[in-house]
Design a protein around this ligand. Structure first.
Ligand code: ZN
Length: 393
């Protein structure tokens, strides 16, 4: 079995025929199909599948309570709107195949090995990224999580009920956390660092600090034909200023900022909007600069913002990163602007690491994201090497 073949098994789930992109959101039918697929694949490899209080899935080789804590690998199967089939799934598939390889060669782990499928990593439905790992660790409170709503106004509590789950059961799960001695997440690279090097796999050093802010602009609905410019209160103009200023201010600070989500009401072609909302995503290598981004933006456009989330810079265990790089023949160690469940675990004191697999274009969060079959196999082999070493002691 190859990573490519295993990815093809889920290639039909949540794929939009119109865009070729994936819509795999938490607690939907697609999500449920993917979870069932994960369970089947894990059980076919002799793993015992459990779920934590949040709904993250854990497939164990060996009993983590009797002989733990274990070495855990894995990633997520959900997607952004119109995402690709590699961001998340490559890590899950590679984890299953690395375990399969260790089993085939008769490896006997000295401590249990786990494969995780984290729920709601992208935050595409409820707006908070890494929801599964954040609730697990307590970084996101259950009250706040359950009250989050999707674009249709459905709360997470309601979505959980509709998916046949008990919203009252979710919350931090220290017992599950205690089973994780070391966590290693393999992920398709979301950038072009490896594309220009001879190495198919890199090790992560850190995740950039990352914030999400919401700007609400009230306006006054009116007729697009009969209202003079001087009589208008058009909030779309503020939204436009926000989009342009976000880029300007971020550039000056050495960060990146994006307004990729916006809402205009009533969203009619012949109506001046009554309300406009823009969400700013800001990141960068320097935390102080990222923190200064929104105050400067607020000043530039004269409107205050609501902080939806802020994740400080996350450093992965430098000793572990160095060790993995050595195991992989001197693999490069690089930082990333993308958030991951491994980062949430690292921020909560779990010794964590990430492996990145080369992406020829660097594109991600798009149907164009890709990794060559040979590089995917190199990723599986790298993960097997890492597990072989970490689970031997
Ligand atoms: Zn991902």
């Amino acid at each position: 079995m190859t990573a490519q073949k295993l990815l093809e098994e889920i290639a039909g789930i949540g794929r939009s025929p119109a865009t070729g992109g994936y819509r795999r959101f938490a607690w939907t039918r697609e999500d449920s199909d993917l979870r069932e697929w994960f369970r089947g694949q894990a059980e076919a490899r002799g793993l015992t599948v459990t779920e934590d209080r949040v709904g993250n899935q854990w497939a164990w080789w060996g009993d983590p309570d009797a002989r733990g804590p274990g070495v855990v690998t894995g990633s997520h199967l959900d997607s952004v709107p119109d995402g690709g089939n590699f961001d998340g799934p490559l890590g899950v598939v590679s984890a299953l195949l690395a375990v399969e390889e260790l089993r085939r060669e008769g490896f006997t782990p000295a401590r249990p090995i786990g494969v995780a499928n984290f729920v709601d990593e992208e935050g595409a439905r409820f707006g908070v990224a890494c929801g599964g790992s954040r609730v697990l660790t307590g970084a996101l409170s259950r009250e706040r999580a359950l009250a989050l709503t999707d674009a249709d106004g459905v709360s997470m509590a309601e979505a959980l009920s509709r998916a046949g789950r008990d919203p009252g059961a979710i919350g931090p799960d220290p017992e599950t956390l205690a089973r994780i001695g070391t966590f290693v997440e393999l992920h398709v690279e979301q950038g072009r660092y490896l594309a220009d090097t001879a190495a198919p796999v890199a090790v992560a050093s850190s995740i950039w600090p990352h914030g999400r802010w919401r700007f609400d602009f009230p306006g006054e609905a009116n007729h697009a034909g009969t209202t003079r410019f001087e009589d208008r209160n058009d909030p779309a103009l503020k939204l436009a200023a926000l989009i342009l200023q976000a880029r300007e201010v971020a550039r000056e600070l050495g960060c990146v900022a994006t307004v990729g989500k916006m809402r205009v009401l009533p969203n009619g072609v012949n109506a001046i909007p009554s309300e406009a909302t823009g969400w700013v995503d800001g990141r960068g290598p320097d935390e102080d600069a990222v923190r200064r981004l929104v105050p400067l933006l607020e000043e530039a456009i004269g409107t205050g913002a609501v902080v939806e989330s802020f994740t400080p810079s996350t450093e992965f265990d430098p000793v572990l990163a160095g060790e993995l790089s050595g195991l992989l023949g001197g693999a490069p160690i690089i930082g990333t602007g993308a958030g991951h469940d491994a980062g949430v675990l690292a921020a909560n004191g779990v010794s964590s690491a990430m492996l990145f697999v080369r992406n020829p274009t660097g594109v991600s969060h798009s149907p164009a994201e890709h990794a060559e079959p040979d590089d995917c196999e190199a990723g599986v082999a790298a993960l097997a090497t890492v597990l072989r070493s970490l689970a031997a002691r």
